[in-house]
Every structure is written in structure tokens, then in C-alpha cells.
Design a protein around this ligand. Structure first.
Ligand SMILES: [Zn+2]
Length: 460
């Protein structure tokens, strides 16, 4: 295939030949006999984007769910309406809500849900991912002799903490619609993902490899997860990545245990990744890495709060930081309201990491954030909160720096951007406009064609 008249490297015009899944030529090229030609009309051609932090199966499931929290739903009445509207159009099976936050209607329970949804079994997930709230119809289905459900005075409240696997066992594992999730990402130019779900195991690995084989999942996958992934060889474009440590400030592991587990991962040839949304979690992770020793590929997810004195430490350990600029656009006002004033200047920093020579990559954290990487890039450029405040203007990036957050190699986020070069894999996305126009508002960018392994995969 010959892509003619494309804008490459943010300004240079040229033709790009794709053959056998790789880029075979760049320059002024004439079509060979019978070669397919795609006229780019001067629009920008970029390497396919890589979302460095996403939860694919949860994202796929969330596309079938009711959004129960801000910014979509902000109060009790709106939540009740959203749930009842979904119940009216559902086929009578389970109703699933996601993203609940107590700012909407407080600590809701079974009785609250029964008033709104008396007829269909329903479960609502808290935004943290750790809590499910079930109504009575749902309890009728899942309750058996042994249950981890919370009770008050011997009666179930409907609230269920940290029991995803248990719940899945009761409801039955319905396969999430991976195909529509994968094609949504293709429509935004994403050709690769790093799945950062801590609970990923050999079953999740097999599920994604099977989806790749069937063509339901088009993106190549770097899969983080637990030690159940140790030693698994690459299969159908799914590769094992770092061991993910999900640290919670209120429930931290014993330091010696964490150090031993980091060493074990390194010995198994895997880097370590740490979920750190508070300063305490970050300091805990850095201390453990200091003791265990860090290796290339170790990384900090979120690094939501990073004061200046921490930055040299991150840099010295050679860690990459994986940020979610979209959170600023989605939750920025809540941060300004709820976060400790002394932490506020150090929220979701960008420029400061670059200035400290810390590799900075990005992922959307979908379904906990919006999966559109272009909205995330625009948020990195503007740092605008939903109400229009700017979260520390000094941290803003240029549009070129913002797009680079998604152009690092899967195993080296924040490292050198992948480029359109002869011999590179033909994973590409063609924008609907030239770069000069795109950079004015990255959130408005459309993708006209996405190419994976030399094949046009979007539009279908
Ligand atoms: Zn995440």
C-alpha cells in the first residue's frame, strides 16, 4: 500500500510505502502496478498511539454500564433517573453501574437501590473499584452460605468490599465485549495498550490472546499483573509486562515483603510498577525500590502528588512516571476542593518531571478515565479543570510534548518517540487535518484511518 501526500514528522510532506507489515519506503514514491493507494491530502500521519495505562476488560465491561458518578451524574436525583432509564431499556438481566462516588448520594446501600430499582438485579461499583453495592434482587441471586457481604444487625447492607472474584463466581463470568472496546480505541488511533490491571493472571492472558487470534482485539498488548504471569511467553501479540503493585496508603504491605516481591519480579525478568496516588504511597514505593534495587522498566503509575524534593529521588532510581492528564479535565475541580492544600501545587505534574529528566508517559486509565487519548493530550496542554480553572499553568506541555506521551515504545514510556521510519512496524494513524491545525486543539482531532501491522483496521 502507498500512502501518498502525507505530512510526516509534524511538517515534512512525503509518501509512505507499507509492505509486509512494516514501513518499506519514505520519499516521493510512485505506485507500483496494482498497489493500493491512500491519498492523505496533506493530513498528519503519526505512529499509532500506545495507551500506557488502561484496564481493557473493565473498559469493555464499562461500555455496557450506567455511569453513576461525576462528571456524568452529580446528584441523587440524576443518579436515580440514569438507573431507571437504563432499567427501562435493558433486557431484564443484570444492571451494572460504575463510577459511583459518595458526593452523589452518600453511603448508599441495598435499601436505597431497592427504592430506585425494585425489579431487576443491580450492582453499582464505587469509583475506587473496591466496593460494590447490590440491591435485594441481586442479593437473592448471589447470597449463599458463605458470603463476604457486610451485615448490620444480622441483615445484609448490600455493600461488598474487595470481592470481585467472589462476585464473578456468583454471577457467572460473562465475557465483556472486547471487540467494540478495541474498535473504539482504533477510531482514536490507538494501536497498542499496556493493561495495568493488578489482578491480571494466566486466565486474563489467555482471554486476551484468544481475542487477538479471533480479531476481536486488534491492539497489541503489554500485560501487567500478578506473579501468575511470570514466565509466560508472548502469545498472539500479548506480552507479559511489569508486576503491578497496587499500594493503598491505609493498607500497606510489610516493607520487607514488598522488597522481597520486587526482587522476585526482577529475577523473573519483570520490572515493577507501583500504583501511587498519595505522597505516602510514593515514598513507600521509592523506599522499597531503593532497598530492592531498581531495574530498567520500573515505573510509577499516577504519581498524583510529587513535591519537588521527591523528583531527584525518582530520577536517581531511573523510574518512568505514567500520568493521566485527562484526570485534570475530568476531576480537576474535585482535586482543588478536596486535596490537602499543601499537596495542591504538586498534582499530576508534567513539566516538572521532564525538567528533572524523568521519562513521562501517559495512559487514560479507562474505564476510570475517558479512553480518548486526544482529550488527555489536550488536557496536558491546557490543564483546564471542568469549571475552567488552570491547574498550575507552569506544568503545561506543548502539543508536541503531549502527543509524545503516547508515542514512547511500550516498554519504554516517556523514552524516545517511535517514528515513521523504514523498517519500523506499520502501525499508523492518519489524522483528519494537518499538524498545524491539529495542535490548536488536540481534543478536536479526528482519525480517518488507522493501520495495524500494515493493514487498514479503521474505518472497518
Ligand atoms: Zn489504573
Amino acid at each position: 500500500m502507498l500512502i501518498r501526500n502525507a505530512e510526516i514528522d509534524f511538517g515534512r510532506r512525503g509518501d509512505v510505502r507499507v509492505a509486509d507489515g512494516v514501513i518499506a519506503g519514505i520519499g516521493r514514491l510512485a505506485p507500483a502496478a496494482g498497489e493500493a493507494v491512500l491519498d492523505a491530502r496533506g493530513d498528519a500521519l503519526l505512529p499509532g498511539l500506545h495507551d500506557h495505562h488502561i484496564h481493557l476488560l473493565a473498559f469493555a465491561a464499562a461500555r455496557d454500564s450506567v455511569r453513576c458518578g461525576p462528571p456524568w451524574v452529580k446528584d441523587e436525583k440524576a443518579l436515580a433517573q440514569a438507573l431507571q432509564a437504563a432499567a427501562l431499556t435493558s433486557s431484564g438481566g443484570w444492571l451494572r453501574g460504575i463510577g459511583y462516588h459518595e458526593s452523589v448520594a452518600g453511603e448508599i446501600d441495598r435499601d436505597w437501590l431497592d427504592r430506585v430499582l425494585p425489579l431487576c438485579p443491580a450492582r453499582i461499583q464505587h469509583r475506587s473499584g473496591r466496593l460494590w453495592i447490590l440491591n435485594s434482587r441481586a442479593l437473592d441471586i448471589v447470597v449463599q452460605d458463605e458470603t463476604p457481604l457486610e451485615t448490620v444487625d444480622g441483615r445484609f447492607t448490600g455493600r461488598l468490599y474487595d470481592a470481585d472474584a467472589w462476585l464473578r463466581g456468583r454471577i457467572g463470568a460473562t465475557e465483556p465485549p472486547i471487540r467494540t472496546a478495541s474498535y473504539y480505541l482504533l477510531s482514536r488511533g490507538v494501536t497498542g495498550i499496556t493493561d495495568t490491571t493488578p489482578g491480571n493472571d494466566a486466565t486474563a492472558f489467555a482471554l486476551m490472546a484468544a481475542a487477538r487470534r479471533k480479531g476481536d482485539l486488534v491492539q497489541s498488548v503489554l500485560m501487567m499483573g500478578g506473579d501468575g504471569l511470570d514466565g509466560l511467553p508472548e502469545r498472539d501479540g500479548v506480552r507479559v509486562g511489569a508486576r503491578k503493585f497496587h499500594l493503598h496508603e491505609t493498607d500497606l504491605p510489610a516493607p520487607a515483603t514488598l522488597v522481597a516481591e520486587i526482587r522476585h519480579s526482577h529475577e523473573a525478568g519483570r520490572a515493577a510498577a507501583f500504583h501511587c496516588v498519595t505522597l505516602a504511597e510514593l515514598v513507600f514505593a521509592l523506599s522499597a525500590l531503593e532497598e530492592a534495587g531498581s531495574v530498567c522498566g520500573d515505573r510509577i503509575e499516577h504519581a498524583s502528588v510529587a513535591p519537588p524534593d521527591i523528583l531527584p529521588w525518582i530520577a536517581r532510581l531511573g523510574l518512568a512516571v505514567l500520568s493521566q492528564p485527562n484526570f485534570i479535565a475530568e476531576r480537576g475541580d474535585a482535586y482543588l476542593r478536596d486535596v490537602d492544600p499543601q499537596d495542591r501545587p504538586w498534582l499530576y505534574r508534567q513539566r516538572a518531571f521532564l525538567a528533572a529528566a524523568i521519562p513521562l508517559g501517559a495512559g487514560t486509565d479507562a474505564p476510570f478515565g475517558d479512553a480518548d487519548p486526544w482529550k488527555a493530550m489536550q488536557a496536558a496542554v491546557t490543564r483546564l479543570t471542568p469549571s475552567g480553572e488552570i491547574l498550575d499553568p507552569a506544568e503545561r506541555l506543548t502539543p508536541e510534548e503531549a502527543v509524545a506521551l503516547f508515542l514512547g515504545a511500550p516498554g519504554n514510556p516517556g523514552g524516545p518517540s517511535r517514528t515513521i521510519a523504514v523498517g519500523a512496524p506499520a502501525d499508523l494513524c492518519l489524522l483528519d487535518r494537518p499538524w498545524e491545525e491539529a495542535r490548536r486543539d488536540l481534543g478536536q482531532v479526528g482519525i480517518t484511518t488507522t493501520i495495524k501491522g500494515g493493514r487498514i483496521v479503521w474505518p472497518r
